[in-house]
Design a protein around this ligand. Sequence first.
Ligand SMILES: Nc1ncnc2c1ncn2[C@@H]1O[C@H](COP(=O)(O)OP(=O)(O)OP(=O)(O)O)[C@@H](O)[C@H]1O
Length: 208
Amino acid sequence: MLEITLENAGKRYNRDWIFRGINHTFFPAKACAITGNNGSGKSTLLQCISGAIELKEGKVAFTKSGAAISPDNFYAYIAIVAPYLELVEEMTALEMLRFHGSFKPFLENISITNILDEVQLLPAADKQIRYYSSGMKQRLKLAQAVFSNVPVLLLDEPCTNLDQEGYELYHYLINTYCKQRTVIVSSNDKNEYSFCKEVIDIRAYKNI
Ligand SMILES: Nc1ncnc2c1ncn2[C@@H]1O[C@H](COP(=O)(O)OP(=O)(O)OP(=O)(O)O)[C@@H](O)[C@H]1O
């Protein structure tokens, strides 16, 4: 079983602490939301968990069945959806997923065609991503992450640009494919994290 632990986690930019003193363990099948107002540090915390940026104090630890995983290898265990992660616009959705799947395999027993079908993008499979609407791009980002064969999903504002049907699709994907995995959602929108069993409100870690 994979566990992610934050020990006294703190992050500072210049003189400003964004958060400090977070202690928490993330478990599989126990989705957790990171909440807080705009600019409070949700994305920063998520990126610290992913290993993309470093904490200023404390640490993030990944352990698998009790054995520590090197921070250099965190990336192999996680998939991320985030507004700042760009898609390769020159590719078609089919090409993009094939490319992605060549270095981070998708779940077993599901083809790329099935994946596109699941997110209702099959009719647009051969269209270049630059011609996608913003909601279609978001569905593709969700597909890329949810169908990656990894135990941890970091979802930063996962329903950005989605309409009502898109929200329903998101909840379907979470229910169908993510129940046994470690899911961490950074969001201000209750509809995005209603299924989370735990909430970290980052504002509780600002009295420094
Ligand atoms: N590289 C950086 N250098 C300096 N300050 C930064 C840097 N990155 C983020 N910040 C600051 O850290 C704070 C937290 O930003 P972050 O993007 O994590 O907030 P957020 O809670 O995800 O916000 P939102 O809800 O608007 O997405 C903000 O004040 C931001 O300006």
